[in-house]
Design a protein around this ligand. Structure first.
Ligand code: ATP
Ligand code: MG
Length: 461
């Protein structure tokens, strides 16, 4: 049933653009596009910035994967650790699956380690790795609401999935996506996995069912390798060569002698081919790091913040400008929509006013026409004495007798149904004529005003 709904949703999916809404979020600017979708800067009703990750709705074959993504992402929402990017929400809007994350003012470790840049100092590298140990420990220990261990494995720990905040925060992202992505690459052969080979444990590359938390510790070893050397594990080896090393379990690159031996020992242990020879838990790995560089939260945070600012200032400034521009464009679009709506409402009010005025005019015209008809008829048939009486009555309408309307004479509904009006008419024929003339003069004025408003409405719509 779930799948059928998801399939229907796939068919309904639509392109996204700034200003579009997904659930209660308004998209502002697309900041990245990844293997499975895009990352948007978006905002809530309260104007809080969030990161919204969409999952590409592709074709019906992938419906099961979409369901799997939702199931796993729900597990990710249970994670609450300062070193894991918080998943705030999860949704499916018209076929577009999305995940909402707390917004991190910073960028990825991958961007911070871009080619050609020197390796950060140990004072930065080890605290980043320490924070990631804490993130993994929290994930690996996660239990269901019933207290059952969930045996959660990230499967994609890499610099792409580590965000560094300008405030010195370190956030692991993309829990729950890796498994889905792996299935996706199996079904599409799209090579989504290939870029991640440098961070994958050998048993994971082989597709072993026995992948457990220790695969994440291999990946963290590869991240630490990149942090302390400034280059990725395997350097510029081809994918075929990397695969051969991982499958044969020999030929892992040596660490350069510039890396302190105590740090090199941590990297080597994390990158042991046999899972049993690695750190068995993230907590063990953290203890090894603490032994080399004792934790000092303020110092560590300051060191990471300085590194993030030095390496990421340019992309973050560009992203801020993109978001500010999107905010402006969305605001001016909203203003235009509001003004169109207001003009539309005014035009509608004008149209109603006109209809009302025309109705009144027609009503009054009918009344006065009836009066005239009755008056004209009376003028012909009124007997001299009645005329005198009527004349006298004219000076006092309260005592005027009802007019006599002969059979066959043209009688308006006003005259027929409103005898008191007709009753004053004979003595007040001039006034009846005047009121008729006023109506005649006034009537064309109203449509002319309506035309003006209508013209405005047309122009702007
Ligand atoms: N919570 C967030 N706050 C701010 N920026 C974010 C957030 N999440 C992701 N980003 C930005 O989006 C970029 C891409 O993230 P994403 O996870 O989609 O990329 P990826 O890991 O390279 O690709 P994929 O996960 O699809 O393989 C990140 O490098 C970062 O710049
Ligand atoms: Mg990612």
């Amino acid at each position: 049933m779930h799948d059928v709904n998801a399939m229907r949703d796939v068919e309904k999916s639509r392109p996204l653009e700034p200003g579009a809404r997904l659930g209660r979020y308004e998209l502002l600017a697309q900041v990245a596009s990844g293997g499975m979708g895009a990352v948007w800067a978006a905002r809530t009703h309260e104007d809080e910035l969030v990161a919204l990750k969409t999952i590409l709705p592709t074709d019906a074959e992938k419906v099961a994967l979409r369901t799997m993504f939702l199931d796993e992402a729900r597990v990710a929402m249970l994670l609450a650790d300062p070193n894991i990017c918080r998943v705030i929400d999860l949704g499916n809007d018209g076929g577009t699956l999305y995940m909402v994350l707390e917004w991190i003012e910073g960028d990825s470790l991958r961007t911070a380690l871009h080619e050609g840049m020197p390796a950060p100092s140990i004072d930065v590298a080890l605290p980043i790795c320490r924070a990631l140990c804490d993130a993994l420990e929290a994930a690996h220990q996660l239990r269901s609401e019933d207290g059952e261990p969930l045996a959660l494995v990230h499967r994609d720990v890499s610099p792409h999935n580590v965000l560094l905040g300008f405030d010195g925060s370190v956030k692991l992202i993309d829990f729950g996506i890796a498994k889905t992505r792996q299935r996706l690459s199996e079904t599409t052969n799209s090579g989504v996995l290939r870029g991640k080979l440098r961070y994958m444990a050998p048993e994971q590359v082989e597709g072993s069912r026995a992948v457990d938390r220790r695969a994440d510790l291999w990946s963290l070893g590869a991240v630490l390798y990149a942090l302390v050397t400034g280059v990725e594990l395997f350097g510029d080896a081809s994918e075929a060569d990397i695969l051969r090393i991982l499958v044969m379990r020999e030929g892992l690159p040596e660490l350069p002698p510039t890396v302190p031996s105590a740090v090199a020992a941590i990297v080597q242990r994390a990158l042991a081919f046999a899972p049993d020879a690695r750190f068995q838990t993230a907590r063990d790995m953290r203890a090894a790091i603490d032994a080399v560089l004792p934790p000092a939260p303020d110092r560590d945070r300051t060191a990471i913040a300085a590194f993030a600012r030095a390496r990421l200032e340019e992309p973050v400034r560009a992203r801020r400008a993109l978001i500010a521009d999107a905010r402006r464009r969305v605001a001016s679009r909203d203003a235009l929509v509001t003004s169109r709506r207001r003009r539309g409402q005014l035009a509608l009010a004008g149209a109603f006013g006109t209809v009302f005025a025309v109705t009144i005019a027609a009503f009054a015209f009918a009344r006065s026409s009836g009066t005239v008809a009755a008056t004209a008829t009376n003028a012909v048939v009124v007997a001299p004495e009645e005329g005198a009486a009527a004349k006298g009555a004219g000076s006092d309408p309260r005592v005027s007798p009802p007019p006599r309307i002969p059979a066959g004479a043209p009688v308006t509904s006003a005259a027929a149904t409103n005898a008191p009006v007709a009753s004053v008419a004979p003595a007040n024929a001039a006034s009846g004529t005047r009121s008729h003339a006023v109506m005649k003069k006034g009537a064309p004025k109203k449509p002319a005003r309506t035309g003006g408003l209508g013209a405005e409405f047309d122009t702007h719509d």
